[in-house]
Design a protein around this ligand. Structure first.
Ligand code: HAM
Length: 418
């Protein structure tokens, strides 16, 4: 009896060959600028104590109130699959006392995150982020550098059709002054119960309401940027000055509300023009009260998370991923048992010098093996038979043009470089 097939859970993103190579390329491009800037890998669990996200991310957020994958483990503890990376990094930095050493603590991460959202193009229940966090300094230069690192990742990928939106949520004093007027404004509105409850925990959330009628009424709401304290204003202006000096273009968006409650001061989002509804390819900002909130000392921090799935969609939409980047330089077809050792050693030596080399295994006839080479997309192919071995010379065939040249086996590396 044939068994029913098992399929992946709804809304998860999966990357299988050949598209997985493009995914890998995107992920590596996005994170490379961080290691060049002295950020070091932090590898964390994908599940944490549920309390971490409740306290860290905030109960007014959709992420915590509706989208967490929470379950009881066998010991009766409440566990949640991480919906984002910053709270976990903070937990780990506090737990291991990294904040007692050299500041800022600078770490990067990459991996799966989980939010039980309604799946659609670019929005998944398991998705991938790369991110960085810089903890312990509130120098505006670090804000500018963090943003520039994210921007450099998108540029390295070749993206051009995106914009950076920027604002400041100010310090506690700025937000308190704004909150007074915002609450007065909200008191004049007729809100349903759920919206009123959200507003009671964090009134800024109402700026994030996607309903047209709410957008309309919120158009008249007082904006936080008009309540920034002298210090916050200066900090933010300095950040924008540095970004301009770095050639990172940005647009001010005083209505931006990030989906997580820990943000303070500089906050930003990267938005891609070709992605439709799920256009946020990355975002981040300062979170100056988070460490204290999680039981640590009072240190500031800033970071970002970039969506690898969406950056891949953006790169495909812009047509900037060259498939040639992922194919082998050379495909070796050994003819007969006696040539396999040489095929293996030639491949090993070329790989040691940085070439991508594949071998046709399995004693296929030449015609079938050639088809395999063609399908692999490899740039060059050689056939290795007894006569090639005795002469020490092979025909190096360029697959695209069909053009062949005689090359000494010992000079294959140089020939591939030509
Ligand atoms: P976030 O804006 O919630 O920030 O997520 C960052 C990025 O992850 C988004 O811009 C988007 O590209 C991607 N993303 C989020 N949810 C999904 C989803 N359901 N499917 C596909 N992609 C998604 C954070 O997570 C913060 N921890 C970033 C940060 C780090 N802030 C400070 N430090």
């Amino acid at each position: 009896m044939s068994q029913q097939k098992i399929t992946a859970p709804k809304g998860v993103s999966e990357y299988t060959p050949p598209r997985s190579s493009a995914f890998e390329h995107v992920r590596d491009c996005l994170i490379a600028p961080a290691s060049k800037a002295g950020y070091q890998l932090i590898e964390l669990p994908v599940f944490e104590d549920t309390e971490l996200f409740k306290r860290g991310v905030g109960e007014s957020t959709d992420v915590v109130s509706k989208e967490m994958y929470t379950f009881e483990d066998r010991g009766g503890r409440s566990i949640t699959l991480r919906p984002e990376g910053t709270a976990g990094v903070m937990r780990s930095v506090i737990e291991h006392g990294l904040d007692r050493g050299q500041l800022p603590v600078k770490v990067w991460y990459s991996g799966q995150f989980f939010r039980a959202e309604r799946p659609q193009a670019g929005r998944y229940r398991q998705f991938y982020q790369v991110g960085i966090e810089a903890i312990g300094l509130d120098d505006p230069a670090i804000d500018a550098e963090v943003i520039a690192i994210a921007d450099a990742g998108f540029k390295a990928l070749g993206l051009t059709k995106y914009r950076l939106e920027l604002t400041s949520l100010g310090d506690a004093q700025s937000r308190a002054a704004h909150k007074v007027d915002l609450l007065k404004f909200i008191a004049t509105l007729k809100l349903d119960e759920a919206t009123a409850a959200r507003a009671a925990i964090n009134p800024l959330r109402l700026f994030d309401d996607k309903r047209e009628e709410m957008k309309k009424v919120m158009a008249d709401a007082p904006l936080l940027v008009n309540y920034l304290s002298e210090e916050s204003r200066e900090h933010f202006e300095t950040v924008t000055k540095y970004l301009t000096a770095l050639g990172v273009s940005f647009q001010l968006n005083p209505r931006m509300v990030r989906g997580l409650d820990y943000y303070t001061g500089t906050t930003f989002e990267f938005v891609h023009d070709l992605l439709g509804a799920q256009s946020g390819i990355g975002g981040g900002g300062r979170y100056d009260g988070l460490m204290e909130q999680l039981g640590g000392q009072s240190l500031s921090g800033i970071g970002f998370g970039l969506g690898v799935d969406r950056a891949l969609l953006a790169a495909e939409a812009e047509g900037v991923i060259a498939q040639e980047a992922f194919v082998s330089d050379l495909f070796i077809i050994p003819l007969g048992e006696g040539t396999k050792v040489q095929a293996l050693t030639i491949a090993r030596d070329l790989r040691a010098k940085g070439k991508r080399v594949e071998i046709a295994f399995g004693d296929r006839a030449l015609k079938g093996a050639m088809k395999g080479a063609d399908k692999s997309g490899a740039t060059f192919v050689i056939v290795l038979g007894e006569s090639e071995l005795s002469s020490g010379t092979v025909e190096l065939k360029e697959m695209k043009t069909g053009h062949s040249t005689s090359v000494k086996i010992d000079s294959l590396f140089e020939a591939l470089n030509k």
